[in-house]
Ligand binder design. Sequence first.
Ligand SMILES: *Cc1c(COP(=O)(O)O)cnc(C)c1O
Length: 404
Amino acid sequence: MIDDMLRTPEAIRDAERWTAHNYHPLPVVVSSAEGSWLTDVDGRRYLDCLAGYSALNFGHRHPTLIAAAHAQLDRLTLTSRAFIHDQFADFCRELAELCRKDLVLPMNTGAEAVETGIKVARKWGYQVKGVAPGQANIVVAEGNFHGRTTTIVSFSTDPDARADFGPYTPGFTVVPYGDLAALAAAIDENTVAVLLEPIQGEQGVVVPPEGYLPGVRRVCTERNVLFIADEIQSGLGRTGDTFACDHEGVTPDMYLLGKALGGGIVPVSAVAANVDVLGVLRPGQHGSTFGGNPLACAVATEVVRLLATGEFQRRSTELGARLHAGLRSLVGRGLLAVRGRGLWAGLDIDPTLMSGREACERLAERGVLAKDTHGATIRLAPPLVITEEEIDHAVAQLAAVLAG
Ligand SMILES: *Cc1c(COP(=O)(O)O)cnc(C)c1O
């Protein structure tokens, strides 16, 4: 009888009735959140171990970010890029400095940053490298996830993401991820860029072999090809460094950023590169009505300042070590393998025990929210503000789920 009084079942029914079924959410209806914790419409609390796929690296409603958003809402929210607003220059300069690049180009969603990177690389190829008109190609990796636009799904290797969305955009060559020889062999005189995630998040937090990223850097330099690092999920503190590429001392020609850049408040994405690359764009050749709007810039500037302290990268390294130690102790006790870096982990559950989906449903019943990806794999990416006790709690709940 008590169930009849819960608001959750009705809210789930309504959500399913009125939306396209392009997601399969866990049966939780969230109504508020703070830090690492969510509260549902019935007052139950959940530890957030997904953090909006890393859009919430600073936790829910980080006070500094919320204050910046509130203050900006009371002054100015939108101008379009037709005019310059007073939040724009600080954001672009501080983000460029964080990236150690000359220029940034702000957009909104991650997919738009990827599209921007593709357009800039092609234009650079024709105008700077001298590729024959219409012949540019870009080398990408199997198992990639770069977003959902028609061009981006054209070079996806996930049948769900790609099938029946053709005709597909040409000009992409797919090679196995982590295989430097295959990548080098795929580059020809018309190759303008290599586009990679330094760690493949959606694929299950797949870390490439040591030396792969420096190898990609070297090959790209030798062959006069741009190295575009999609750090939309891996960047901004998630792996214990500002960028996942930092771990191997690699500097790409172009960073693609998104997710956490918006502080969990507004969609903010950006491309960062030097003037020899981003300088190919002239007025009218690319743009976005909302990209770099005052509210986005006000929030994202504070995100960049939080990252500039180094505190979140440090937390991710230290707490990540604790998370990975805890998870490793479950290998052979329901887990087959654990991968990742910093506060980011991909777990392969023994598929004879349960699916990733089932494990996430049982975790949710125990007050921990995580997300499965591809069968029996679960991704953990808690907010970087999570505490040691909360990590131990999440690992204990996972252990209980795996123990049946
Ligand atoms: C999420 C993601 C994207 C796409 O970002 P959206 O904001 O969903 O468009 C692109 N690349 C990577 C690596 C991502 O994780």
